[in-house]
Design a protein around this ligand. Structure first.
Ligand code: PLP
Ligand code: COI
Length: 341
């Protein structure tokens, strides 16, 4: 076990011992390679550098109550990575390579998995990019797939306390028929200006309005939005948001807890009617939203009066994290036990 102050971990980069790489060249994928270097050597004309041929994933491994290590829904991340690959014409990563890379990187860095009870987890960051040279705009002939890890704590410094978010209409992170539904680096580049301004203005993240009509909630920073109202779990359906695996899981949990799930356009005008709201994602887990400011009108909608997470956010959070840490029965079969750790 590494000498790390586990309870003070934030969501950030911590150097670990190994990462895994696999190269696609001459029409096929090579063998997995283990590396202890944090650096990659990239051709200066790589399409990943010039034309944004790059996608990534994020998933977590948890040290459970029983000492076992659980990797949460990796197959969904694999499928999404390949949808991203398809969306920007990169080579898909075979399932066995994705799985073996994830298992190997956890095994080799097992001393970096935060102990049970600290609230931390091991974040896996798979990435895939065009590494072959092109100067004309076209897909590369060569690709690099790699996975590194970092032990992490909460994404928002508030942890499981309500955060403030800001609705923006003067920036779009994604276009209606663009790449918002896949996890490509360009979406994050497009979100930086709004996000940094939101931070400067005292908010944890921006809530992007849909870029076509500006009437509906799209993405909540690096997470999906959900609201609770009249026994319903309501979450946006939009072609320009990332289909979150956490949200997909919470929809099943919500139903199991007796909520009715609605996945549909969610108007910004509905916000004052929500009893609770949250942002959900692998990094954010569930981040309750206590206040939403509409930057354009200056209106502020209060969703938590006492500075605490509401009852439904708490139940959803306890159920989801309970499954991840092996405290609650994994009846959906979401967790894969990692061997040799
Ligand atoms: N939306 C965006 C823009 C994200 O970056 C993420 C993080 O992956 C999510 C939503 C949440 O997705 P997931 O729950 O699969 O991590
Ligand atoms: C995640 O939740 O895994 C993310 O990718 C969010 C962010 C760190 C980009």
């Amino acid at each position: 076990m590494k000498n790390i102050d586990w309870k003070s971990l934030v969501f950030g980069y911590v150097k670990t011992d190994y990462n895994i790489r696999c190269y696609y060249k001459n029409g096929s994928w090579g063998q997995l390679e283990v590396s202890s270097s944090e650096m990659v050597s990239i051709h200066m004309a790589a399409t990943g550098l010039h034309y944004g041929q790059e996608a990534f994933e994020g998933l977590k491994a948890y040290r459970g109550k029983d000492g076992k290590v659980r990797l949460f829904r990796w197959e969904e991340n694999w499928k999404r990575m390949n949808r991203s690959a398809d969306g920007i014409l990169m080579q898909p990563v075979p399932k066995e390579i994705f799985e073996a890379a994830c298992m190997k990187v956890i095994e080799l860095n097992s001393e970096f998995i935060p102990p049970y009870g600290t609230g931390g987890s091991l974040y896996l960051r798979p990435l895939l990019f065009g590494s072959g040279p092109k100067v004309g705009v076209s897909p590369a002939d060569e690709y690099l797939f790699m996975v590194f890890v970092s032990p992490v704590g909460p994404y928002f410094k508030e942890g499981f306390k309500p955060v403030k978010m800001q609705i923006v209409r003067d920036f779009d992170r994604a276009a209606p028929m663009g790449t918002g539904h896949i996890k490509v680096g360009g979406n994050y580049a497009a979100s930086l200006k709004a996000g940094e301004r939101a931070h400067k203005e005292g908010f944890s993240a921006s809530i992007f309005a849909d870029s076509k009509t500006k009437q509906y909630i799209d993405e909540a920073g690096p997470a999906n939005f959900f609201g609770i109202k009249d026994g319903k779990y309501i979450t946006p359906d939009s072609g320009s948001i990332l289909p979150s695996i956490t949200n997909m899981s919470l929809r099943e949990i919500a139903e199991d807890l007796g909520l009715v799930v609605e996945r549909r356009h969610v108007a910004i005008a509905e916000i004052p009617g929500f009893e609770e709201a949250g942002a959900c994602g692998t990094a954010a887990i569930i981040s309750p939203i206590g206040m939403i400011q509409d930057r354009e009108s200056g209106e502020e909608f209060i969703l938590s009066k006492n500075g605490e997470a509401g009852p439904w956010c708490t139940k959803l959070y306890n159920y989801l994290t309970g499954v991840q840490y092996g405290e609650v029965e994994d009846k959906f079969n979401w967790c894969t036990i990692v061997d040799n750790v």
